[in-house]
Write a protein that binds this ligand. Structure first.
Ligand code: F6P
Length: 317
């Protein structure tokens, strides 16, 4: 294999640029050419390629977002769309593809691999919702962003003796809420994986007040029914509390990647290119116990995501 391409797809995450950089540098090390594809699978169908050399990825390791931009493409979900993508790759004599994204993006990679293109995926999503890997790119940075917001909001919630309900991203996965909630010292963490009654939340406030606590932080994952607003209404129905909500939103998706994410991106990028170099296809890379590994796409995605109940329990003490 001497020519590959790289794209970023789905929701962006801090560390994607560091991964693009690692792919390009690793490919050069193996004497392979790299093309960057703009706007994910959409750009693949629309023939939006540009050559990427080391110099093109200089000074991007610290940047959030993705220099290749990202998109969610409906057309690529159709057989015609995928055929267009394969024809573009063939026109450019590209034999391998690195996809940086989440589960939807990996399903696209699987389809292309069935059509004869060697594909490898790097997990890039702040949600940390992929079942086969302990961490995805961007999760650590997003947690740090949430912690930064918590540190600030603590000042005002304490001054006003309020209950603050902070909603974080994560779609159906509570990892962002769990990790940021524990690290941020939240009084309650609400995630889709563990149901919690409103009565229990109100008890936390009442008991806390008994021993002198004046303000309360509750971190809610967006996947919890009703989100932060829903939780606020339920709490207010049970007592006369001063409650405010914050939906942190896309701020969590931006910003300079943390050291952890930059190193993860560098290791993932190198591993992905090595797989293509060795003629492998339909693989996704991950990390477990600080070891980088790879697994078949279908096998990796069919695993069950394990929620860290131990951390949840320790964080709730
Ligand atoms: O999957 C990443 C994610 O940030 C989710 O946490 C969130 O639900 C979703 O993307 C938001 O998507 P969009 O950027 O399309 O609004």
């Amino acid at each position: 294999m001497n020519k590959i391409c790289v794209l970023t797809s789905g929701g962006d995450s801090p560390g994607m640029n560091a991964a693009i950089r690692a792919v390009v540098r690793s490919a050069e090390y193996y004497n392979m050419q790299v093309m960057g594809v703009e706007r994910g699978y959409q750009g693949l169908m629309e023939n939006k390629f540009r050559p990427l050399k080391s110099i093109d990825v200089a000074n991007i390791i610290h940047l959030g977002g993705t220099i290749l931009r990202s998109a969610r493409s409906d057309e690529f979900r159709t057989a015609d769309g995928r055929e267009k993508a394969v024809q573009s790759l063939k026109r450019h004599k590209i034999q391998g593809l690195v996809v940086i994204g989440g589960d939807g993006s990996f399903n696209g990679a699987k389809s292309l691999s069935e059509m004869g293109i060697a594909t490898v995926g790097i997990p890039g999503t702040i949600d940390n919702d992929l079942p086969y890997t302990e961490y995805t790119l961007g999760f650590d940075t997003a947690c740090n962003t949430i912690i930064d917001a918590i540190n600030k909001v603590r000042d005002t919630m304490e001054s006003h003796e309020r209950v603050m309900i902070l909603e974080v991203m994560g779609r159906h996965c509570g990892d962002l809420a769990l990790h940021a909630g524990v690290a941020g010292g939240a009084q309650a963490i609400l995630v889709p994986e563990v149901p919690i009654s409103t009565k229990k939340l109100v008890d936390i406030i009442i008991k806390g007040r008994d021993f002198g606590r004046r303000s309360f932080l509750m971190v809610v994952a967006e996947g919890v029914s009703g989100g932060a607003e829903g939780v606020k209404q339920e709490i207010k129905e049970l007592g006369d509390f001063s409650v405010r909500t914050i939906i942190l939103g896309h701020i969590q998706r931006g910003g300079s990647p943390s050291t952890v994410d930059r190193i993860l991106a560098t290791r993932f990028g190198y591993h992905a290119v090595s797989l293509l170099k060795n003629g492998q296809t339909n693989r996704i890379v991950g990390i477990k116990r600080n070891k980088i590994f790879d697994i078949d796409i279908v096998e990796g995605l069919s695993q069950k995501k394990i929620f860290d109940t131990e951390l949840y329990e320790i964080g709730s003490l």
